[in-house]
Write a protein that binds this ligand. Structure first.
Ligand SMILES: [Zn+2]
Length: 110
């Protein structure tokens, strides 16, 4: 399709109003989304604020907030408690207790 001053004005108006390129293409008719983007770029309209991208939030607190649950002492004793040290990622225990747990599991499996 040929760009007329009328369609260019429509493009400019819709573009600056924040319509998507595909929506503008649909309104103008006979145009692809890429044609609209290309024309807008040539008209100097491309500098539109892009939507804010959400940066992924690293959820450190999920790991650091959870301590090692290795039981220490007898559950009936007053001083019974869990280790509480920083647990290994995706493990319920801290590194030393992981070593014990998995060594024990290996021995049981053998
Ligand atoms: Zn521990």
């Amino acid at each position: 399709m040929n760009w007329t001053s009328e369609t260019i004005e429509t493009l400019k108006t819709l573009w600056q109003a924040g319509h998507s390129a595909s929506a503008i293409a649909g309104k103008l008719g006979g145009l692809s989304r890429n044609a609209v983007i290309g024309k807008a770029h040539r008209l100097g309209l491309a500098a539109r604020p892009s939507p804010i991208k959400h940066r992924p939030v690293i959820r450190v607190e999920r790991l650091s907030g959870r301590g090692c649950v290795w039981p220490l002492g007898d559950p009936g004793d007053a001083d019974f408690h869990y280790c509480g040290a920083k647990a290994e990622p995706s493990r319920p225990y801290c590194a030393p207790h992981c070593a014990i747990a998995y060594r024990r599991r290996d021995r049981d499996a053998a």
